[in-house]
Design a binder for this molecule. Structure first.
Ligand code: SF4
Ligand code: SF4
Length: 260
């Protein structure tokens, strides 16, 4: 099935969102005076994914290895800019103030970087006229076929892998050592903007520098009693966390209601 697409510049995808950023984009974002945080989740990783385990291999490529107590984990780190209202760069006429240098994720939307789960225009925010048949084909049989967008998706995946490799040193620099359990929640870290900008500069200037792995014991946080019990039984390092600010820089963002 073909999905034709042409942006109507309605601006709906530029509000009430977390814009995911590469390290370079996050530094640019901070230098423009907009806040950036880091979301971390931890996936238990007892064995490497099989050749045909595409999801496992996708997660592996975007994460780095470390431990939580006795449990090997892989940490996925996401630099994001959170907007409950309009994005800081959205102009009153719905155009983007940084259109020429907007983040990769904005260039790729409404196609997906995540390669699983199919494509459904109903899950995107674009109005019906954006999908009118006179527009060029963006998606064919679930896959992006627009050459420029295909190239951007490849670039986004390669950059995510580079950023993941730099994750241990960046986290060590910022003292970040807590993550949510993958598929349950994230720990959002909000370092002081100048400190984050400095750490990103160091990270970008010294791509091979820093620790090779997670460099220490990570804490896995959860808001669910059952998860905390399971982490305890597995001898992971864990912490109960609710969706409120902890010590001013950390917040638990759970996909489930508080439990226990
Ligand atoms: S950076 Fe521009 S394109 Fe991206 S969400 Fe913000 S206003 Fe929209
Ligand atoms: S929601 Fe869709 S049509 Fe509207 S600005 Fe975003 S990409 Fe364009």
């Amino acid at each position: 099935m073909d999905h034709h697409f042409g942006c109507t510049i309605c601006g709906d995808c530029c509000k009430g969102l977390r814009v995911q950023l590469t390290r370079r984009e996050a530094l640019d974002w901070l230098e423009r005076g907009h806040p950036v945080d880091l979301l971390a989740d931890a996936a238990p990783w007892f064995e490497e994914p099989a050749e045909n385990d595409e999801r496992g291999r996708y997660t592996r490529a975007r994460s780095f290895a470390t431990v939580s107590g006795e449990v090997p984990v892989r940490i996925t780190l996401r630099l994001t800019s959170n907007h409950t209202g309009p994005c800081a760069n959205r102009l009153p006429d719905m155009k983007c103030a940084i259109y020429e240098t907007r983040p990769l994720v904005c260039r790729i939307f409404p196609a997906y970087i995540f390669p699983f789960g199919g494509f459904d225009p109903a899950n995107r925010l674009c109005p019906p006229e954006a999908w009118a048949p006179h527009n060029p084909v963006l998606i064919r049989d679930g896959a992006c076929v627009d050459p420029a967008t295909v190239e951007l998706i490849a670039l986004a995946r390669a950059t995510a892998a580079e950023d993941a490799a730099a994750g241990p040193a960046l986290c060590a620099d910022l003292g970040i050592r807590a993550a949510g359990l993958a598929n349950e929640g994230y720990v959002a870290h909000t370092p002081e903007p100048a400190a984050l900008a400095e750490a990103l500069r160091r990270s970008l200037e010294c791509p091979g520098g820093g620790t090779e792995t997670g460099g220490g014991d990570w804490t896995v946080a959860s808001n669910r009693r059952s998860t905390l019990d399971a982490l305890n039984a597995a001898e992971a390092r864990f912490e109960a966390m609710r969706a409120s600010l902890v010590d001013g820089t950390r917040q638990y963002l759970g996909l489930f209601a508080d439990e226990g």
